[in-house]
Design a binder for this molecule. Structure first.
Ligand SMILES: *Cc1c(COP(=O)(O)O)cnc(C)c1O
Length: 362
């Protein structure tokens, strides 16, 4: 089978150049005499891999010195627990904005540690828009305000961050990090699962104000969840996810070489723009998301019937486009177009939509 256009929400498409570079270096990493999968994490070779991954992320995201960059295991979901356990005292108030499944899961997990206050929700319209947050609804003594900045399943994005006063802002940017420009300084903590725009799954990148995480926390918290421990040990308190860190470094370097995050956002806007345009002009395809909330990395769309949806997915698959099925909780279709999706992939999808609408079935 040839390589396909992979529209998966995650794990997701990786630029071919990055895969080829990883393949070249896999057997014998330059200067190491062994593979990155085999080298000691305490070796000079690995130290330079992790240092370079961090330095590249700092350059391309303009991460100020007063923020730590941590590579943590367990994906974004473990951060749903790490955030409350590191930033809040047990039983303290913490604010959550509900804009989809991941933000709801974050709140459910947080509830085991904090007293959650739901400051906004778009559940009334199946999470098809980003609801305003009334700053008055955020108590001054809340530990943080948590948002999911790009909602992978529903295809929405916060294009404007909410007002949050002196309460720290925590954002899950899993599905748009490195795909849109993020003003790190406007956040107190950012986290992102790696498998959308930064390589393999199983790891989360955390970007946090050092002053926020440099504190003793409840000793009951597992050491592997402690931001301070991760920070004080250069993300290597134990054996880190070496290969994931290596791949995240390659992904970041690729972004830099291609022109940086601004260029990624430009390309993602172009891809998403083409797709929204054909959907908006269609009589049978439609997108349920409010225009000012539309994501440029995850585009959801529906067809009139389940039968149509299945016929369309089949036709797309026959043309070499996979993973266009919507999340199992919402149905319909979804095209995730992260940095690894070339514009040719989106063009093929647009053509498929046009042909399907014209009555073609393949
Ligand atoms: C994928 C995703 C998650 C979950 O990531 P895991 O690494 O599977 O835990 C959380 N939040 C958002 C926004 C995501 O897109």
């Amino acid at each position: 089978m040839e390589r396909v256009f992979n529209f998966s929400a995650g794990p997701s498409a990786i630029p071919e150049e990055v895969l080829q570079e990883a393949q070249r270096d896999l057997f014998n990493y330059p200067g190491a005499g062994c593979s990155v999968l085999e080298m000691s994490h305490r070796s000079a070779s690995f130290q330079s891999i992790i240092d370079e991954a961090e330095a590249t992320l700092r350059r391309i995201m303009n991460i100020p010195e007063e923020y730590a960059v941590l590579f943590m295991q367990g994906g974004a979901t473990l951060q749903f627990a790490a955030v409350p356990m590191n930033l809040a005292a047990r039983g303290q108030k913490a604010c959550y904005a509900l804009t989809g499944q991941f933000s709801t899961k974050a709140m459910e997990e947080g509830k085991k540690w904090v007293d959650p206050i739901i400051v906004s929700s778009s559940k009334d319209k199946t999470f098809s828009y980003i609801p305003k947050i009334d700053p008055e609804a955020i108590p001054e003594d809340a530990a943080y305000l948590h948002i999911c900045a790009n909602n992978t399943i529903f295809g929405t994005t916060y294009w404007n961050l909410p007002e949050h006063g002196n309460v720290p802002l925590v954002a899950d940017w899993s599905s748009a990090i490195l795909g849109v420009e993020i003003d790190v300084k406007k956040h107190d903590l950012i986290y992102a699962g790696a498998q959308k725009n930064m390589g393999p799954s199983g790891m989360a990148v955390v970007i946090a104000k050092k002053s926020l995480i440099d504190r003793e926390i409840d000793p009951v918290v597992p050491v592997m969840l402690s931001y301070k421990t991760a920070m004080d040990n250069g993300s290597m308190y134990n054996t880190p996810p070496c290969f994931s860190i290596y791949m995240a470094g390659l992904m970041a370097k690729w972004v830099e070489k291609e022109g940086g995050v601004a260029e990624m956002e430009r390309r993602n806007r172009e891809k998403a723009g083409m797709l929204y345009e054909v959907i908006d002009n269609s009589k049978i395809f439609s997108n349920p998301v409010a225009e000012d909330s539309r994501s440029i990395t995850n585009v959801t769309f529906t067809l009139p019937t389940q039968e149509d949806t299945e016929a369309f997915l089949k036709m797309a698959k026959n043309r070499g486009m996979i993973n266009l099925k919507g999340h199992r909780s919402v149905g319909g279709c979804r095209a995730s177009m992260y940095n690894g999706m070339p514009i040719e992939g989106t063009k093929a999808l647009v053509q498929c939509i046009k042909d399907f609408e014209a009555g073609k079935r393949e």
